[in-house]
Design a protein around this ligand. Sequence first.
Ligand code: PLP
Length: 378
Amino acid sequence: MKIPFNKPFFTGEESRHMQMAAIFGQISGNGAYTKKCHQFFEKGFGFGKALLTTSCSDALEMAAILSNIGPGDEVIMPSFTFVSTANAFILRGATIVFADVEPGYPNLDPVGVEKLITPRTRVIVLVHYSGVACQMDAFTRLAEAHNLILVEDAAHAIGSYYRKQPLGSIGHFGTFSFHETKNIISGEGGLLTINDKRFSARAEIIWEKGTNRAAFYRGEVNKYGWVDVGSSFLPSELIAAFLFAQLEAFKDIQKERLRVRRSYLEQLHFVNERGWATIPAIPDYATDNGNMFFMVTRDGEERDALIRHLNRDGIQAVFHYLPLHSSGFFSPRHDGRPLPNTDRFSECIIRLPFFSGLSEKEVAFVAKSVRRFFEKRG
Ligand SMILES: *Cc1c(COP(=O)(O)O)cnc(C)c1O
């Protein structure tokens, strides 16, 4: 049996919607399908304003521009994240201050973050790892007390909640990814949410290359021109049409991914019981959105050996996140603070194959292979 790490899921309606977009006659951005997607997100999740973007990386760049970040400004974020979280702010000339994650879950630790706040701090970026919410009450309090902008990198977190609040609706900005490895996909794609009205008008301008074109098409101004900085952050209607097909099936997709999660939890709980590895529990303030399945091994050597073992059995398991603070690009810029929890998760996390349609039988095959590995080691 060969089990890939990911298989993009298609509802079967994508090409029909893309054809419809072509028939409508506008395939550039901000047309009918883009508006349908915006409505879906704004109505379904209570986002202040939703703007589709070409990627989560672009949504993060927009958040950095909207935060008015420049040289000398400090931005606190986890080192345990994808490069785009940091790149967006590096591109504005900001100083990145990497904070450690919690010991029990690879989400930013608010106690550690508070100690890193200085008069130059402007933004905190959170990552809801595997769709599990960060401690939002603590972060909202910090942001209010120090007048900081809160950005939720919710790339993993569509359809997940902190208590009753949808992730991506709590911070000033939220960013989502529709890359083919995420829950809802459009090949490449993303979403920026703007939950503070003060930023809405400017967000739309930055999105449309620094012009007030969107206002012009709504009839609010009688000509449009260059009014601010910006770029081409909006996806074409073809991408929006593809995404819309996925949104129509959103509930079913989430249900199916949660079934896969449950199947893994049932068939692999023995690793927890035997003390072989940890499957971190989801805190009671957070929800499971079926984003991924990962375990934390006892040490890095064992994790690498388990990945090799599974690969030999045809199972494509992977590690997750090389810490950004010790990357080739950033390590000369890092202030030298150790980030022990970040290092440990980076060395010990193993992600198992996860996609819609992964059968019980395949999960059982993975579980059997994992069991064989640990029984041999003890
Ligand atoms: C996937 C991911 C991104 C980047 O998303 P793209 O849509 O590929 O740009 C950013 N942050 C996190 C945490 C991610 O997992």
